[in-house]
Design a protein around this ligand. Structure first.
Ligand code: ADQ
Length: 492
């Protein structure tokens, strides 16, 4: 947590009104010495702002049946919400991660919508809403995060109409044709319409949400405001980003440069290091990427003596069966490809099923000549942005799925439809063979783009637009005219 913590680093809105953040998880982890901030850009962006305003974060500790008393860390009040072991199974692993996650990423399998899971989802959302209603100061701004808490806005508004409520969805919002499969689709949309502002990563998410609201509730809406009976819900597009300065500073450090050289040497100094870094999630397209790599080795377009793939996969949601299946499939593929193409002491794929320290990740990004980011569907994908930020040498090629939110901004990547085997293979070959001049030109474009949008700017813009939805002369905010400050759906 080496973020600047000066008032200048804090959004204007945060200086005038108290802010309460709610997310499934608290921004801290238990360590041997107590609690310490969790890694990740979102935490790094929001904690300094909360610290400067004496703000509060409401969330689960991450341990079932663990209900620590509220505590303070570095000037931020942390308010734990307990979740029982059976709720972890039903609300978190079940409804959120086995029901909503595949539906929202159009990774549909047989429907598994289960009313016990739904009831647990409602109960946990009620607990979060109650905690927020109890602790939010009068007229506070409440910012709720992500798909686990979509019912909270309506539940909270019913108790506390003085609050200004915002919600940001970190994952895609599906088209109505898919969303309509969910038995509780109306309740979810009503939940989100409890907000003053709902934010999405991509214009399509916002469009899909408004279309679902119109279909299910016959509400009156234009392209960025839904007019409810007693208030308006503004809808905007806020592509999330990373802490660019932090990644660049780490990438520039001597230790990182040394580690990068060591990594290259340990890999046998190959001509090209291809790299994949993902949570081990079936939406990330790791299997497709491995198959494309194998096909290129088989055809001779890649050569195991010159081209090496490093795939880092973070353990995630290990109790969910689909994740266990995905892990087995990836490990089977890695074994099969290595068995066929490796040489003694020189595997062609280096596979790590591990969470790496931030510095190690940045050294790997720097060592990677070609970064493969090939999700079937992804809200944004921060790995793509981190890779470009880490390449302070101005070199390196990003192969990026069109289905990642990052593709809207990172147009200098080699964009690809990962569902198309041959196109994915061609994109990899294009990246591997790209002339240095073109590589540098594209990387300069990527780096210019990410420098324009830092995660702090993202939080600042969301909060400013949330506050702008609040008209003090009109407490009911009933069906007012469209607010021109709210982002249009073209993402501009
Ligand atoms: P995720 O699905 O988790 O996030 P992503 O945006 O790529 O996906 O973020 C992953 C983060 O984990 C990155 O910051 C990366 O550095 C880190 N990470 C990955 N592998 C790691 C490893 N082995 N060791 C250590 N760290 C690792 C969800 C949505 C995304 C959206 C984000 C933010 O699914 O689409 O971009 O939220 O809104």
């Amino acid at each position: 947590m080496n973020q600047p913590d000066t008032p200048d680093a804090v959004p204007a809105v945060a200086r005038s009104r108290p802010i309460v953040v709610a997310a499934n998880r608290l921004p801290v982890m238990r360590t041997d010495d107590g609690w310490s901030p969790s890694p990740g850009g979102l935490v790094r962006a929001l904690l300094p702002m909360l610290r400067a305003t004496g703000g509060t974060w409401v969330g689960w500790s991450g341990n079932p049946d663990d209900a620590p008393e509220p505590f303070e860390l570095d000037g931020v009040d942390l308010h734990p919400v307990p979740i029982s072991a059976s709720e972890v199974e039903l609300y978190y692993e079940g409804f959120s991660n086995d029901g909503l996650w595949p539906l929202y990423h159009d990774a549909l399998r047989e429907s598994t919508y289960d009313s016990d899971q739904w009831e647990a989802y409602v109960a946990v959302n009620e607990r979060f809403a109650q905690a927020l209603a109890d602790i939010a100061p009068t007229d506070a701004i409440v910012w709720i995060h992500d798909y686990q808490l979509q019912l909270v806005p309506k539940m909270l508004r019913e108790q506390r109409c003085d609050l200004t409520i915002g919600f940001f969805l970190h994952i895609p919002f599906p088209p109505y044709e898919l969303f309509a499969r969910l038995p509780w689709r109306t309740e979810i949309v009503e939940g989100l319409l409890g907000c003053d502002l709902v934010g999405f990563q991509r214009p399509m998410g916002a469009t899909n949400f408004i279309a679902s609201a119109q279909q299910l509730l016959e509400v009156d809406a234009d392209d960025h405001v839904v007019h409810n009976a007693d208030h308006d819900t503004h809808v905007g597009v806020f592509p999330i980003s990373i802490d660019v300065g932090d990644v660049e500073a780490t990438a520039a450090g001597r230790a990182t440069r040394q580690r990068m050289s060591q990594i290259r040497a340990r890999l046998g100094d190959p001509e090209v290091i291809l790299l994949g870094v993902d949570r081990l999630d079936y939406t990330k397209g790791i299997g497709l990427r491995l198959r494309a790599f194998a096909a290129l080795l088989e055809s001779g377009e890649l050569d195991p003596e010159r081209h090496v793939l490093v795939q880092v996969a973070t353990p995630t949601r290990e109790a969910v069966e689909h994740y266990q299946d995905e892990r087995h499939e990836i490990e089977r593929l890695v074994g099969a490809i290595n068995g066929r193409y490796s040489r003694i002491g020189l595997p062609v794929i280096h596979y790590l099923y591990q969470t790496l320290p931030f510095d190690e990740l940045i050294a790997l990004y720097r060592a990677g000549d070609v970064m493969l980011v090939t999700p079937f569907r992804d809200g944004m994908n921060l790995v793509a942005k981190e890779y470009a930020a880490a390449h302070i040498d101005g070199d390196g090629v990003l192969v990026l799925s069109e289905f990642a939110g990052a593709a809207d901004e990172l147009t200098d990547a080699v964009l690809v439809n990962p569902h198309d085997d041959r196109a994915l293979q061609e994109a990899i070959v294009t990246a591997v063979e790209m002339h240095r001049h073109e590589r540098r030109g594209r990387m300069a474009g990527l780096r210019d783009q990410i420098r324009k949008s830092d995660v702090k700017g993202w939080a600042d813009r969301f909060l400013a637009e949330l506050e702008a939805t609040d008209d003090p002369d009109d407490p009911g905010d009933t069906g007012g005219a469209a607010d021109p400050t709210v982002t249009a759906l073209d993402g501009s």
